[in-house]
Design a protein around this ligand. Structure first.
Ligand SMILES: O=C(O)CCC(=O)C(=O)O
Length: 264
């Protein structure tokens, strides 16, 4: 199989293994992810892994955290609701991709399925991901404002916490420009937390990148990278498993709401 290059520089070649990575996958270097704020690895998971993840998602029953607009489009708490998805954290491919960026001992603090279908189509304006889910509300300098989502306390932490996070997105369907692809502003994660006005300025001043991705692709993104998502104009699913990973605990007594670790 011919290896495909990741969308940005300095690839690291990873030999095939039994755990689902395509042979000779070339990983983006940490330096490039840190420079651009995102990277696309088109040749990530193989067919058997895609099928396994689709099955894990199909088994999730509706309830709190499953948001419906006639059809499911977001399932939150995914690692708890579909435990099979935790296996992603043990994949050598994922470790090889994430460890150079976050360091060893990374763990997931959030897992969400985002889907777009003809009956559950949606879009998101340009924004940064600024909130984290925590175990309990604790007043600490630098943390705030607070909100509650599905009964879980959320807070905006200091920028230093957000800079230590990485979103890893596993595509379960082909996602072209017409299928609600993520759009990102390269390099914008290096500007810190931005006001709505600054986001508009940055978007006006910088060419956006559309993260088209085939099924099996893995997209990594720094949460501070300004991003948006358009509605799909194609009548097919756009399932993405979106995990947020970190390698550090929060300053005590603040604690992550959910910390799912890879098996040792
Ligand atoms: O999946 C998408 O297209 C958008 C996700 C998003 O905007 C987010 O995670 O903040």
């Amino acid at each position: 199989m011919v290896a495909m290059r990741a969308s940005i520089g300095c690839p690291v070649v990873l030999a095939a293994d039994a755990a689902g990575a395509s042979p000779e996958v070339q990983l983006p270097g940490a330096r490039d992810v840190n420079a651009d704020g995102f990277a696309i690895l088109p040749d990530g998971l193989d067919e058997s892994w895609i099928a396994r993840l689709r099955t894990a998602i199909d088994s999730v029953e509706s309830g709190t955290g499953v948001r419906r607009r006639r059809d499911v489009y977001a399932i939150r708490g995914l690692l708890r609701r579909a435990p099979g998805i935790r296996e992603l954290l043990n994949l050598p491919l994922v470790r090889s991709l994430v460890e150079p960026i976050l360091g060893p001992g990374f763990f997931a603090v959030s897992g969400t399925l985002f889907d777009k279908t003809p009956r559950a189509n949606w879009k998101v304006a340009w924004h940064q991901d600024l909130s984290i889910a925590v175990r309990a509300r604790v007043e600490m300098p630098g943390f705030g404002p607070w909100s509650t989502k599905a009964g879980v306390p959320h807070v905006q932490p200091p920028v230093s916490v957000l800079e230590g996070m990485l979103a890893v997105r596993f595509h379960l369907d082909d996602c072209g420009e017409d299928n609600g692809a993520l759009r990102v502003i390269p390099g914008s994660h290096r500007l810190g937390r931005l006001s709505a006005e600054r986001i508009r300025e940055v978007v006006d001043a910088t060419a956006a990148r559309i993260c088209t991705a085939p099924a099996g692709a893995i997209v990594v993104m720094r949460p501070l990278c300004v991003h948006a998502s358009s509605s799909a104009t194609q009548a097919q699913n756009r399932r993405v498993i979106h995990l947020e990973l970190v390698a550090r605990d929060l300053p005590p007594p603040m604690e992550w709401h959910d910390a799912t670790r890879a098996a040792p």
